[in-house]
Write a protein that binds this ligand. Structure first.
Ligand code: FES
Ligand code: FE2
Length: 343
């Protein structure tokens, strides 16, 4: 079960990721620890500040019960006594008390007290505290990592400046899509603008294909789309109509003149994926006239093509493909990272 060295560093020589990665359930299982537990995962946006917010990290996949605190910490949401989930609903509180037998913890996760435990030897120890999980902020967005391969600062180096000048954002809509395809097929479609003229007729009318660029960083990549002619769809000579920022392996920040659309890609099964869309608006007045006004329509076009690829990669005649050196740098970079993380 190795993918090491399967994707050449030179895009002109490289084959795409071996098709087994999408099809073999063992790779899907292994990716939980090797890719998802070690990467940085989107946890929340600039929602209301509440003392304690429970979060299941990648429900049905990693399925890890976590607890975000107002002070920027992330704790295990599992009682260290017999394992009950501690906080079931977001709430304000000055301590955490288990609803099963009354064990109490501070908001920092420190064990405080436990009824009927007099005489218990070697108790409490550090193992009775709640486990702290690595957490970090990118502008007003929060990320967590179970076993970080790299500090968050290094993980987002080169792209974090987009969040420094972030205007106040309001979460105006959330929507989940279910796609009948492997999660990586969904991501790799997102990572190239190559398909825009063929798949997205409407989008193609506002995006200038000639000046579309892709830049890659250590664990992220950025696609920039300018408008044609300038100054339509909310773009200008100095502002692109859209920036598509991908943070490996499954977070997408789409910057539009009106705000940010966040997509979080959540594996469910080898051929089933949930994509969460979170819409954050900073300037409502630009919404109707800008690129990204019809996110649902574009999503339907992408889903149709990705589900078609899912059927195609099952064919006994398809083993891998090749890359366009000018149009598929983002997909190549993504496949390289998958091969690296999977080992
Ligand atoms: S499981 Fe929490 S106090 Fe018993
Ligand atoms: Fe697309």
């Amino acid at each position: 079960m190795s993918l090491a060295n399967t994707v050449d560093a030179d895009i002109r020589k490289a084959n795409t990721l071996p098709v087994d990665f999408y099809l073999d359930p063992q790779f899907f299982e292994l990716s939980k620890e090797r890719i998802f537990a070690r990467s940085w995962q989107f946890a929340s946006g600039p929602e209301a500040e509440i003392d304690l917010t429970p979060l299941t990290l990648l429900p049905g996949f990693l399925d890890e019960p976590l607890l975000l605190t107002k002070h920027g910490k992330c704790l295990s949401n599992v009682c260290t006594h017999r394992g009950k989930i501690l906080v079931e609903q977001a709430c304000d509180a000055n301590l955490i008390r288990c609803g099963y037998h009354g064990r109490r913890f501070s908001l920092e996760g420190k064990f405080l007290s436990m009824p009927e435990f007099d005489g218990v030897e070697n108790f409490p120890t550090a193992a009775d505290d709640l486990r702290e999980i690595a957490a970090a902020e990118l502008g007003s967005f929060r990320f967590v990592s179970l076993e970080p391969i790299e500090s968050f600062e290094n993980y987002v180096a080169g792209v974090d400046h987009f969040f420094k000048t972030e205007a106040p954002l309001n979460l105006t809509a959330t929507r989940d899509y279910e796609v009948n395809a492997h999660w990586a097929l969904y991501c790799e479609n997102y990572l190239e603008g190559f398909h825009i003229p063929y798949v997205h007729r409407g989008l193609n009318e506002v995006v200038d294909y000639g000046t579309y660029t892709t830049e890659t960083f250590r664990y992220s990549s950025l696609q920039t789309a300018w408008s044609e002619p300038p100054a339509i769809a909310g773009g200008s000579d100095t502002d692109p109509v859209a920036r598509y920022l991908f943070i490996f392996p499954n977070t997408m920040f789409n910057f539009y003149p009106w705000g940010i659309s966040v997509n979080v890609v959540e594996p469910i099964a080898p051929a089933k994926t949930r994509v969460r869309f979170l819409t954050y608006i900073s300037d409502e007045s630009k919404l109707k006239t800008s690129a990204g006004a019809d996110l649902h329509g574009v999503e339907m076009e992408d889903e149709a093509v990705v589900e078609s690829v899912q059927k195609g990669v099952r064919s006994r005649y398809y083993l891998h493909g090749r890359y366009s050196p000018t149009r598929e740098q983002g997909t190549h970079h993504f496949h390289r990272l998958i091969a690296e993380f999977m080992g």
